[in-house]
Design a protein around this ligand. Structure first.
Ligand SMILES: Cc1cn([C@H]2C[C@H](O)[C@@H](COP(=O)(O)OP(=O)(O)OP(=O)(O)O)O2)c(=O)[nH]c1=O
Length: 200
C-alpha cells in the first residue's frame, strides 16, 4: 500500500486546486493554529513558518502519512496584509492594494514518512488597477473577500482589477500546483500502486 496523503488545510480552495491536477488526498485535516504574525515578521518568513507549523501539527498525528500544507500571505513591501474577516479590514486592504503592485507569498511544505521534508516558496507579483470608490463599495458588497489574504480573491470578480501578474496563478489562489507536483515527485509520493507484475 502506498502511504496516504493528507492535506493539512481547512481551505476548500486548496482541495479543489489539488483535484485540478488529479490528486485526491486520502484525508483533509486542518491544523488550526494561531496565524498571528510575529513582531517584525516579513511576509516570506511568515508564509514559510506557518506552512511548516501546519505540516508539523498534522504530521505529529499521522507519522505514517505524507502531509501537505501551505500558507498564502499577501505582502506589500515589508508589511503583511491580514486575512479579511470583516468588511472594515477588507476595505483597508483594497485601499492599500489600489493602484500598486504587491506580492503573494506561498509557503509549501510536504512531510513524508520517516521524517523527510520538502519545502518550497512561490512568489507571485500582482498588479491592481487604481480602484474607484464605487468599485470598492461594489466589491465589498459581494462578500468574496471573506477569509482571503489581502481581502480579495483573484479567482472571482477581483480578476477585473488585476491587469498583470508575474509568477504562478494557482499560488495566488492558495497552492502553486507546479511546485506541489514537483514536491510530491521529489519525495516519492505516488497516487496509485504500479500495475501488478510491473517493477517499481
Ligand atoms: C490573494 C488570495 C488569497 N486567497 C486565499 C487562499 C487562502 O485560502 C487564504 C489565505 O489564508 P491561509 O491561511 O493561507 O489559508 P486558510 O486559512 O484559508 O486555510 P488553511 O490554513 O487551513 O490551509 O486566502 C484566495 O483564495 N484568492 C486570492 O486571490
Amino acid at each position: 500500500m502506498a502511504a496516504p496523503l493528507i492535506l493539512a488545510s481547512a481551505s476548500p480552495r486548496r482541495l479543489a486546486l489539488l483535484r485540478q491536477i488529479g490528486i485526491e488526498p486520502d484525508a483533509v485535516e486542518p491544523a488550526e493554529l494561531d496565524e498571528t504574525p510575529l513582531p517584525g515578521e516579513l511576509p516570506v518568513a511568515h508564509a514559510r513558518r506557518l506552512a511548516d507549523a501546519k505540516a508539523e501539527a498534522v504530521a505529529r498525528r499521522h507519522p505514517e502519512a505524507f502531509v501537505l500544507a501551505a500558507d498564502t500571505v499577501v505582502g506589500v513591501g515589508r508589511r503583511i496584509l491580514p486575512k479579511a474577516e470583516d468588511v472594515a479590514t477588507a476595505r483597508r486592504c483594497l485601499e492599500l492594494l489600489s493602484g500598486r503592485r504587491h506580492r503573494v507569498e506561498g509557503g509549501l511544505v510536504l512531510r513524508a514518512p520517516g521524517g523527510r521534508i520538502g519545502r518550497r516558496l512561490s512568489t507571485t507579483r500582482v498588479a491592481f488597477k487604481r480602484l474607484s470608490e464605487d468599485e470598492i463599495v461594489g466589491y465589498l458588497a459581494g462578500g468574496e473577500w471573506h477569509g482571503k489574504a489581502g481581502g480579495y480573491a483573484i479567482q472571482g470578480s477581483a480578476a477585473a482589477f488585476v491587469p498583470w501578474i508575474e509568477g504562478s496563478y494557482s499560488n495566488v489562489v492558495g497552492l502553486d500546483l507546479a511546485q506541489v507536483h514537483a514536491l510530491l515527485d521529489g519525495l516519492g509520493w505516488r497516487a496509485e500502486e504500479p500495475p501488478a507484475g510491473q517493477p517499481e
